[in-house]
Design a protein around this ligand. Structure first.
Ligand SMILES: *[C@@H]1O[C@H](CO)[C@@H](O)[C@H](O)[C@H]1NC(C)=O
Ligand SMILES: *[C@@H]1O[C@H](CO)[C@@H](O)[C@H](O)[C@H]1NC(C)=O
Ligand SMILES: *[C@@H]1O[C@H](CO)[C@@H](O)[C@H](O)[C@H]1NC(C)=O
Ligand SMILES: *[C@@H]1O[C@H](CO)[C@@H](O)[C@H](O)[C@H]1NC(C)=O
Ligand SMILES: *[C@@H]1O[C@H](CO)[C@@H](O)[C@H](O)[C@H]1NC(C)=O
Ligand SMILES: *[C@@H]1O[C@H](CO)[C@@H](O)[C@H](O)[C@H]1NC(C)=O
Ligand SMILES: *[C@@H]1O[C@H](CO)[C@@H](O)[C@H](O)[C@H]1NC(C)=O
Length: 438
C-alpha cells in the first residue's frame, strides 16, 4: 500500500466511523442492548443514556484483577459510579460478556459461568423479544421490545450506594422489596460495606435509619410533610423537589431535579450519608450536607427524656420536670442514662410542655393517626394514661395528623432552626402550674 492508498483508506474509514456515530438510525440505539447483541470488556462498547449524562460499561476500580459492570456519570470529571451490577461477585479477569439470555440479563465470565443475573423466574417464558435500555435518568431497564409500558426488571429496584433523582428508596408493598443503600467497602472496592441507609418499617412510624452493621447510627426522624426532622436537607432549593409517599402500594422517598443541568445524588459511604451536588460551571461535586453532623445525631447519646443541644458544644439536657437518672455519670458528661420524672404523673390532672425546634423521638414506640388535628391529639394522649408525648404528623397548614408515644421517649435533639414542636406530658400541679416555658 502506498501513502496515497493508505490515506485514502484512512479517509474512507473516517467517513465510515463518522457515519456510524452520527447516523440517525444507528445513534438512537447507543443506549440499547438487543437480544442478539452483547457487551464485552474487550469491545470497550458502552451504552450511553439519551442526553448523555450516564454510561453503562465494564470497569476495574483498583490494581487488582476484578472487573465490574456499572453505571457512571459521563460528564463529571471525577469518575463517579451510581450503580454496580455484580458488586459482590467480580469477574476475575478481563473476559466478560453482558447479554440477554432466556429473557434475563446475564453477565458471563471466561468459562461462560454466570457471575450475575436478573434472576427473573419467568425467564424461560419467551413472549416476545426483550431488550435492555439505559434511560436518561440512569435507570437500566429490561422490557419487551414493542411495549412502551412496564419494565420486566430495572436497576432502580436494586440500589448500590447511590440514590439518583427519580429513584425510590423504601418499601414496595407489592413486591415486598425494601430498597436501601449500602456503602462501598472502600473507595476502590464496590463490594457491600457495613453501612446502610434503610427504611425501618418494623414497628411504629416508618423512618430511615443509618446503620453501621447492626448498630443504629442515626435516625432521619419521621417525614413531616416537608422533610425529615433529623435530616439537614436544605428546604426551598429552586432546583430540587422532595417526595415522600405512604400509601397501600409503597412507603418511599424520592427526589427529582427541576433543573436538569444540575446533578444531585444521595450517597452512603462507610461513615456518613451525603448529599452531593454538581452545579455547573464548577467542575467538582460539592457536599450540600452530610449526616451525622455532630455528636447530637448519634442515636441515644442522651438516653430517655433527655435532649441533645449543641450550644456551644453537644450536651445532654433533661426536659423540664425531669432530673438526671445517674447524677455521677451526668456530671462527667455521660448522659446516656437519661432522665427520670421528678414528680409522678397524675393521670387525670396532667398537662403538656411544648418544646420547639425538636427532632422527634424514636418512633418505634409511636402510633400515628393522620385524620385528627393537634387539639384532638392532645385529648387522645391525655385520655391514655400511658401516653407520654405527642406531635403533629404533618407540619403544613398549621399542623395535621397526630403522632403519640407511649412509654419512654428516646433520641431527641433540639435545633436552633428547623425541627418541630414536641409536647411532653407532665404532672400539671407539680411541673406546669407555675411556668410552662422551657
Ligand atoms: C461460551 O459461549 C459462547 C457462545 O455460546 C461459545 O461460543 C463459547 O465457545 C463458550 N465458551 C466456553 C469457554 O464455553
Ligand atoms: C441470582 O440467583 C443466584 C442463585 O440463587 C444468587 O446466588 C444470586 O445472588 C442472584 N443474583 C441476583 C442479582 O439477585
Ligand atoms: C410522588 O411520588 C408518587 C409515586 O411515588 C407519585 O405518584 C407522585 O406524583 C409524586 N409527586 C410529586 C409531586 O412528584
Ligand atoms: C464520606 O464522605 C464524607 C463527605 O464527602 C467525607 O468527609 C468522609 O471522609 C467520607 N468517609 C469515608 C470513610 O470515606
Ligand atoms: C440551571 O442551572 C444552571 C447552573 O446553575 C443555570 O446556569 C441555569 O440558568 C439554570 N436553568 C434554569 C432554567 O434555571
Ligand atoms: C390528681 O389531680 C387532681 C386535680 O388536681 C386531684 O384532685 C387529684 O387528687 C390528683 N390525684 C392524685 C393521685 O394525685
Ligand atoms: C399501660 O401500660 C401498662 C404497662 O405496660 C399496661 O399494663 C396497660 O394495659 C397500658 N394501658 C393502656 C391503656 O394501654
Amino acid at each position: 500500500m502506498n501513502t496515497y492508498q493508505r490515506s485514502y483508506t484512512f479517509s474512507f474509514l473516517l467517513v465510515f466511523v463518522v457515519l456510524i456515530l452520527f447516523h440517525p438510525a444507528l445513534s438512537t440505539h447507543v443506549n440499547t442492548l438487543s437480544s442478539s447483541e452483547s457487551l464485552t470488556i474487550s469491545s470497550k462498547r458502552v451504552l450511553i443514556s439519551p442526553g448523555g449524562v450516564f454510561e453503562l460499561g465494564f470497569f476495574k476500580p483498583s490494581g487488582r484483577s476484578r472487573w465490574y459492570l456499572g453505571i457512571r456519570y459521563r460528564k463529571v470529571s471525577k469518575t463517579t459510579y451510581a450503580w454496580v451490577a455484580n458488586r459482590d461477585n467480580p469477574l476475575s479477569n478481563s473476559i466478560g460478556t453482558l447479554k440477554i439470555s432466556s429473557n434475563n440479563l446475564v453477565l458471563l465470565g471466561q468459562s461462560n459461568n454466570t457471575v450475575w443475573s436478573t434472576n427473573l423466574t419467568s425467564g424461560n417464558y419467551v413472549r416476545s423479544p426483550v431488550e435492555a435500555e439505559l434511560l436518561p435518568n440512569g435507570n437500566f431497564v429490561m422490557r419487551y421490545k414493542e411495549s412502551s409500558s412496564g419494565f420486566l426488571w430495572q436497576s432502580f429496584d436494586f440500589p448500590t450506594d447511590t440514590l439518583l433523582p427519580e429513584m425510590k428508596l423504601g418499601y414496595d408493598l407489592k413486591t415486598r422489596r425494601n430498597r436501601f443503600l449500602t456503602s462501598w467497602r472502600s473507595s476502590d472496592d464496590p463490594s457491600s460495606g457495613d453501612t446502610m441507609y434503610k427504611l425501618n418499617i418494623r414497628r411504629g412510624l416508618p423512618e430511615f435509619i443509618l446503620m453501621h452493621g447492626r448498630l443504629k447510627s442515626q435516625r432521619s426522624g419521621p417525614w413531616n410533610g416537608i422533610g425529615f426532622s433529623g435530616i439537614p436537607e436544605v428546604q426551598g432549593l429552586n432546583y430540587m423537589v422532595h417526595n415522600y409517599t405512604e400509601n397501600s402500594e409503597e412507603i418511599a422517598y424520592s427526589f427529582h431535579m427541576t433543573n436538569q443541568s444540575i446533578y444531585s445524588r444521595l450517597t452512603v459511604n462507610a461513615s456518613t450519608l451525603n448529599r452531593f451536588t454538581w452545579i455547573p460551571p464548577s467542575w467538582a461535586w460539592s457536599t450540600l450536607w452530610a449526616t451525622p453532623t455532630d455528636k447530637c445525631d448519634i442515636v441515644e447519646i442522651c438516653g430517655p427524656y433527655a435532649y441533645c443541644y449543641r450550644s456551644p458544644y453537644p450536651t445532654c439536657n433533661c426536659i423540664k420536670g425531669f432530673v438526671p437518672k445517674n447524677q455521677g455519670n451526668w456530671k462527667f458528661g455521660d448522659g446516656s442514662d437519661g432522665c427520670v420524672r421528678s414528680m409522678r404523673l397524675n393521670c387525670s390532672g396532667d398537662g403538656f410542655l411544648r418544646l420547639n425546634n425538636m427532632k422527634l423521638p424514636d418512633t418505634v414506640t409511636a402510633t400515628v393517626d393522620r385524620r385528627i388535628d393537634v387539639e384532638k391529639c392532645e385529648e387522645r394522649c391525655l385520655s391514655d394514661c400511658n401516653c407520654t408525648s405527642f406531635a403533629t404528623a404533618d407540619v403544613r397548614a398549621g399542623g395535621v395528623g397526630c403522632i403519640f408515644w407511649t412509654g419512654e421517649i428516646v433520641d431527641i435533639r433540639k435545633y436552633d432552626v428547623g425541627g418541630q414542636d414536641l409536647y411532653v406530658r407532665l404532672n400539671y400541679a407539680a411541673d406546669l402550674g407555675s411556668s410552662i416555658l422551657m
